[in-house]
Design a protein around this ligand. Structure first.
Ligand SMILES: [Fe+2]
Length: 302
């Protein structure tokens, strides 16, 4: 609920009031009965909701600021602007939503960009995905991990081979140090898609000091328990799309929703914090309602 903005609530309220006003205006005409006015008003509101869910919200990217308190991670990431995006789900090339994404991310002047998988829906979208990545600018670098939808089209090694020439490093059960200033660094770990069980966290952590600041990229929040056991500082994940519909009752009804107790937002377990991003694209139905696409700006403080 916290990610539902005032503007979104205003839209819902406006739709209700517009529908009511429409119904009342109809009732003002002698030939329209009370029940007919109610039916027409309900129809009018339904049309507004459908327009919102299919046209407005999926193309209305929200920038969310996420503050992480972690003194160990802050030693290397305080003052560094990390932008986290996920689930791009390119289906029809670079369209309105993707252009908006590129503009909004670059306007933020990020130091680091993380992309946690589901880049494209099929192989025809690899070239537009490369074009999109090439358009993103980050001072220190861009890193990503494969998602389950990427795996439908390609194996991890092919995803790496296809995307890395465009300026992104794809981590597949690997880790590396990322320097953020003189003598300042953290360990960045990336696991392959956890949805189809390609993730190998222990393999990825091989050689990574346990007492070092560690940030994990994973496509889905399924890794949270394992990451907590390994005392990872921060996990960034996506996959859920926030449910695409911000009404838990409706999400529970859908057999297609990526249901989890970690649907969206910030979670903490022991030392480990995890941020689950609502993503940019959609799956199954191209809708979003009270659940706008998200660019997360992660700031780490002590
Ligand atoms: Fe996805």
């Amino acid at each position: 609920m916290s990610t539902i903005t005032f503007l979104e609530l205003s839209f819902v309220a406006f739709s209700g009031m517009a529908g009511a006003a429409f119904g009342v205006s109809l009732l003002g005409r002698r030939q329209v009965t009370m029940s007919r006015g109610f039916i027409l008003a309900t129809f009018f509101v339904a049309v507004l909701f459908v327009v919102d869910a299919y046209v407005i919200e999926p193309n209305w990217i929200q920038v969310d600021k996420v503050l992480i308190h972690d003194s160990q991670l802050a030693a290397s990431l305080e003052g560094i602007k990390v932008v986290h995006i996920t689930d791009l789900h390119l289906t029809r090339g670079i369209g309105f939503r993707e252009k908006q994404l590129i503009r909004k991310v670059n306007d933020l002047n990020p130091d680091i960009i993380f992309v946690t998988g589901d880049f494209f829906d099929d192989v025809s979208q690899v070239e537009p995905t490369k074009e999109l990545i090439r358009s993103l600018k980050a001072r220190i670098g861009i890193w990503g991990v494969p998602g389950n939808t990427d795996h439908i089209s390609m194996h991890a090694e092919d995803i790496v081979r296809a995307l890395e020439p465009s300026g992104i490093r794809i981590l597949v059960n690997q880790a590396q140090t990322v320097y953020t200033g003189v003598g300042k660094y953290f360990w960045l770990i990336g696991v392959d898609d956890p949805v189809y069980h390609h993730d190998k966290l222990l393999e990825a952590l091989y050689g990574v000091p346990k007492n070092a600041p560690r940030l994990l990229l994973a496509h889905s929040p399924d890794v949270f328990d394992k990451a907590s056991l390994e005392q990872i500082n921060l996990v960034l994940a996506g996959h859920t799309h926030g449910g695409q519909v911000g009404i838990p009752f409706l999400v529970e009804l859908s057999q297609y929703a990526n249901r989890t107790i970690y649907m969206k937002g910030l979670f903490k377990k022991g030392k480990t914090q995890m941020y689950v991003n609502r993503g940019i694209g959609t799956k199954t139905l191209p809708i979003r309602f009270l659940c706008r696409p998200e660019i997360a700006v992660i700031k780490v403080n002590a």
